[in-house]
Design a protein around this ligand. Structure first.
Ligand code: GDP
Ligand code: MG
Length: 163
């Protein structure tokens, strides 16, 4: 079967924007509002050296912060179970969130292959300041801008090298 690569992370960090950019089509719905409910979306990605299945995890429930929290862990757990590589997306603009730390702890215990993607780094000059917060998560880290395209070449290489 194809290797599975799962995008996980808090609502509104840019998972779907990144998914659309990696698959080069607009399948996944992106939204300014946090916690738009939707099912996970799968798409095959043919890279330079590897073909893999990319999963945009969704299904986050708005209104209750508790439910969002539960849903993030359900999402993380579900994606983890089947994934060969987990792309843990965080928001460089908002900085490290307590939920990021919780998910990070969970992922460290899983022993799975994980990469942190610091998204919304819209240019190379922002890289150092925006990334600084996230090294503490303890995973290899890459800065990207899903909406502007910054760092996508390095990201594609990072994914295919990990598979
Ligand atoms: P998701 O909930 O994690 O799937 O996040 P979305 O992909 O729906 O994006 C949430 C919001 O963040 C949208 O308004 C996007 O336009 C915005 N966004 C996503 N990626 C970037 C980025 O790289 N830079 C900036 N500035 N905004 C972004
Ligand atoms: Mg989304």
């Amino acid at each position: 079967h194809l290797p599975m690569v799962a995008l996980i992370g808090r609502p509104n960090v840019g998972k779907s924007t990144l998914f659309n950019r990696l698959i080069k089509r607009r399948v996944s719905i992106t939204h300014d509002m946090a916690g738009v409910t939707r099912d996970s979306i799968f798409s095959e990605v043919r890279g330079e050296t590897r073909t893999y299945m990319l999963i945009d995890t969704g299904g986050l429930v708005p209104d209750s912060s508790d439910e969002i929290e539960i849903s993030i862990f359900d999402q993380a757990r579900e994606a983890m179970a089947g994934a060969d590589l987990i792309l843990f997306i965080v928001d460089g603009r908002t900085g490290l969130h307590p939920q990021d730390e919780q998910v990070g702890q969970y992922l460290r215990q899983s022993g799975k292959e994980v990469r942190v993607l610091v998204n919304k780094v819209d240019g190379p000059e922002q890289e150092e300041t925006l990334a600084a917060d996230f090294y503490s998560l303890g995973f290899p880290l890459q800065c990207v801008s899903a909406s502007h395209g910054f760092g996508m070449g390095d990201l594609r290489e990072m994914i295919e090298t990990a598979l």
